[in-house]
Design a protein around this ligand. Sequence first.
Ligand SMILES: O=C(O)CCC(=O)C(=O)O
Ligand SMILES: [Fe+2]
Length: 591
Amino acid sequence: MERNKNIERKCKRFSARLKSSKGVSCVEYPCPNIVLCNVGQATGFTKEDVYKLVEDLKTVNIQKFIAEKGESHSFLVFEDTNSAAEFYHTSNGKAKVRNGTTIFMNYVQSVPNDEITCTDGIPKGLSILPDFISHDEEQKYINLFDWTTEANLKNRQVKHYGYEFRYGSNDVDLNSPLPESIPDECNMLWERLKTFGFDIETPDQLTVNKYCPGQGIPSHVDRHSPFSDTILSLSLGSDVVMDWRHHSNKYVPVVVPSRSMLVMQNEARYDWQHGIQPRTWDPVIDIRKSSDGQTERVITGDTKPRDTRISLTFRKTREGPCQCQFKTLCDRGTVEGELSDDLASHLEELHVHQVYEQIAGHFSTTRHKRWPRVDEFLHSVSPGAVLLDLGAGNGKNILNRNDILQIAGERSSGLLLECAGHTQSIPGAQCVRLDLLHTPLRDECADAIICIAVIHHLSSAARRRQAVSTISRLLRPGGRALITVWAKDQSKSNYLAQNKENHDTNLVTMVGGLNLPVHENRTQFRHSDLLVPWKLRKVEDKKPLKTSDTFLRYYHVFEEGELVQLCEMPHLEIESSFYEEGNWCVVCKKR
Ligand SMILES: O=C(O)CCC(=O)C(=O)O
Ligand SMILES: [Fe+2]
């Protein structure tokens, strides 16, 4: 009796907490819906755990389990009140989950709607031909490839035939065909496609992807210029949900069944991105008709486990430029003029922030020395001053001085960790996570600021100007700043390798149709906006590099005088400008 009272008290407390912090209304009378108050997605509680709980309750039928992201409560919908009541009486305050937690529950009036309705139509030019091959044929194709080697991409294993697909530039080198062309066993596929009305150019490049459950492929468009109009994907081993996204924000999740042939042409080929989320399961997708007769895809709360999936992506390499009508994702021409803020921040997210997160550890091992003029500036800061290092990286510019307050601000969490390690023994040094364009710091809080090798990662003049204006805002009147950026002219630096030619030729296409050249490291810059490769070497590992270890960082390299011009602002007085080690530098003072 005492025990039941305790349970009741606990449930009441949970009920009040759920009401006040989550708006969930528990009720005192039995109904088909139950909230599990203390287990949910955030506590690692899964659908399998639910089924374990009700395994022995023969008359209990669950309709749905709903666990919202990040929540430590979850919901159960039973077929009827009797089922719910039986579960409640046998399990409330008694049943335990894997980690020993006792579950407490309450009835609830309603549960959150966990269905998502997608009203956008399937991309034009996308065809999925189910049962394109038989089970026997599927097995033969699976056996055609030897998968004894280990995964060679971060998220999956790949093999190439005809031409190697180069992941750095997302293209092929037509001058270096592979010794193995597409296996002859695939020829019957083109014949069979004819019977479905697809008379296509015979593919000459094949990428075989093997995805274990939990693996996927990031959203992308297969580049226009290296490959022609039709791309095929034959699925083996497992169904999967492929997500299709259009730049107008349309989103369509599509089930791609095993043994199907997917044909991508027209809009689907050129104007949509496709990808597969790295998950061990896929949502069950219902296709329904809405009240006005439109087809809708409903992502239900139900899921289905994935098996290992192998896909054969067939492409035909292109001769001549892409002639498509779909400019946004086309890499045929370049975008001229200033980037929009959206596009610029998207570019920086992909080619600055995400890259630094991936390379932080290795990058930090290559950054120790302070440049002489930076050192000189830092030593000139008076005792008692507040010094901000904006974009501090691994903190190499934080001095071992205990007579000033040094604040290292860095956006990359990986670098911030390196920075925290480096500065922990320095009294008066603090690390904070911040974005140069969104600093939460008060106006005029700093006596001195350094911003070393940061502004060249901003991809529009407006954003670079905004960065300098932030520096001006943060300086107190009379305070000084040192700003440095990479110079386009590297002739007076140690950067250039002797006799190395520049081949900045591989254009990488970004979302929005922007083309950027990939720089050949250690050569003179020929472009102002470009992608600079970073070859990631894990410190402990001396294995040869793979193309997947190359990350591309965006840079805007500065012409002579460009930084001075950028710093010409009403409240800034330029004290000096100079060139050091391949960088343009400005020292300015707040008026
Ligand atoms: O696995 C698939 O079906 C798609 C693969 C893909 O999109 C690609 O390799 O470009
Ligand atoms: Fe693709």
